[in-house]
Design a protein around this ligand. Structure first.
Ligand code: ARG
Length: 460
């Protein structure tokens, strides 16, 4: 079925119909379309276009369509142009001629925007809950291994010892910012376009405020032309989604490395890894690789919509129909990746002894030593040089920090006192980093507590 045709002398070719139809994907908007149409029917009653009886019949019939869709595949064999047309045809099957009235004063341009806004608002809420689940898993893992010390890396070289929960909370911060961005996108999404007409405003005196209240929108779009043309709210969401995926991808990359034979101090659960069809010994981190891989697809969604909207003349153009495919894909991949990441985090096992061994075999304590000298009054540049010489000598003679006794240190350079040897233990230097945002044990314990509170607020 089509919602137009009067001025045409020829029917559309089958090729054009197939080319332009969107029911195959915008069927996902069915519930939103029905909720929006029910609210529109009530608005039409208030405007004196429908009687109470007519409105009731329409609202109930729409409800029945939704119930039917929950029972069976109502789209099988449907050849309607889009979901809006589908709903009106189904309404006609139940409410007869009344269906011809529902579209009074309304355009599909504002309808599709309303539907997508309703749909996306619900998906953002789900995504926020999934994000909070992952953040909780990070905090939980941090608590499980609260005292574990791992090598912190820069340039992928062992840099300084950090507490495992401190590392995990770095991702907590990234995901907390992602949550803020999603909430911001939600705020821009949660505005009602209905009443905008095709582009010029509805010709029926519709109470837009009342529709907004019914559908739970926070406010109204302020300009009918903008309402028809605007897809900024989708781009806001896609950007937030892309950045969330980017953070997931960096986490995935870390854990792929940390669980590799070369690092080896993190163990992924068997249940989230795969074997090789040829090499019997393999245990591959496919779950994490796929998160990393899907990240690229979500970036693709963002650039796809950017390119679609760029340069479109005011106001609605059919190009905009292409917004939904990248949107749906981004939502699906993001939600699936968040679910996957949470399971990977929950089930991974840290090997604190192996992490410590990696630290002990490196000179990750060098900074602690140099800073201790600086605290004792040695100019930092000089301290840096001295410790650098100590490292060089150790590398030459095949020694690790542990191989140095206090006396040996003191005889290496007069600035070194025997007590400095205590700082050759990776955990010792941590205790000097009790600065806000630092990896000192008390600072990290406080950060874990604060994270839990922030999480509770996010859940509300
Ligand atoms: N299927 C269309 C879309 O997704 C709905 C709006 C159609 N409007 C129009 N003027 N053809 O954008």
């Amino acid at each position: 079925m089509k919602l137009w045709g009067g001025r045409f002398e020829q029917a559309p070719t089958e090729i054009f119909e197939r080319f332009s139809g969107s029911l195959s994907f915008d069927r996902r908007l069915l519930e939103a379309d029905i909720r929006g149409s029910q609210a529109w029917a009530r608005a039409l009653e208030r405007a004196g276009i429908l009687t109470a009886i007519e409105r009731e019949r329409i609202v109930t019939s729409l409800e029945e369509i939704l119930a039917e869709a929950a029972e069976r595949d109502v789209f099988a064999g449907a050849d309607d142009e889009d979901v809006h047309t589908f709903v009106i045809r189904k309404l006609g099957e139940r409410a007869g001629d009344l269906a011809a009235k529902i579209h009074t004063g309304r355009s599909r341009n504002e309808q599709v925007s309303t539907d997508v806004r309703l749909w996306l608002r619900a998906r953002i809420d789900e995504t926020l809950a999934l994000l909070a689940d992952l953040m909780e898993a990070l905090v939980g893992h941090g608590r499980r291994y609260g005292g574990a010390v791992i090598p912190g890396y820069t340039h992928l070289r062992r840099a300084q010892p950090v507490l495992w929960p401190h590392y995990l909370l770095a991702y907590f911060e990234m995901f907390a910012r992602d949550a803020e961005r999603l909430l911001e996108a939600r705020r821009r999404t949660n505005l009602l376009p209905l009443g905008s007409g095709a582009l010029a405003g509805s010709g029926i005196p519709i109470d837009r405020e009342a529709i907004a209240r019914e559908l739970g929108f926070e406010g109204l779009t302020r300009n009918s032309m903008d309402a028809a043309a605007d897809r900024d709210f989708l781009l806001d969401f896609l950007y937030a989604a892309a950045l969330t995926m980017l953070h997931l991808s960096r986490l995935a990359e870390d854990w792929i490395l940390y669980s590799s034979d070369e690092f080896g101090w993190l163990e992924l659960a068997d249940s989230v890894t795969s074997g090789s069809s040829l090499m019997p010994q393999k245990k591959n981190p496919d779950s994490l690789e796929l998160i990393r891989g899907k990240c690229g697809r979500v970036f693709g969604s963002l650039s796809s919509l950017f390119v679609t909207v760029k340069g479109l003349p005011m106001t609605y153009n059919r190009d905009l129909q292409e917004d939904k495919i990248p949107l749906f894909e981004a939502v699906d991949e993001l939600q699936a990746s968040l679910r996957m990441a949470r399971v990977v985090v929950d089930s991974a096992v840290l090997k604190p002894d192996l992490a410590l061994r990696a630290l002990e075999q490196s000179w990750a304590v060098a900074t602690d030593l140099a800073e201790a000298l600086a605290r004792a009054g040695v100019a930092f540049h000089h301290a840096h040089q001295l410790v650098g010489k100590l490292v060089l000598e150790s590398l030459r003679s095949g020694r690790t920090p542990r191989d140095w006794s206090g006396e040996q240190l003191a005889s290496f350079a007069p600035e070194f006192t025997p007590e400095l040897a205590a700082l050759l233990e990776p955990v010792a230097g941590l205790r000097r980093r009790e600065i806000l945002g630092g990896t000192g044990p008390n600072a990290v314990a406080a950060a874990l507590g604060a994270a839990q509170e922030r999480l509770a607020r996010l859940r509300r």
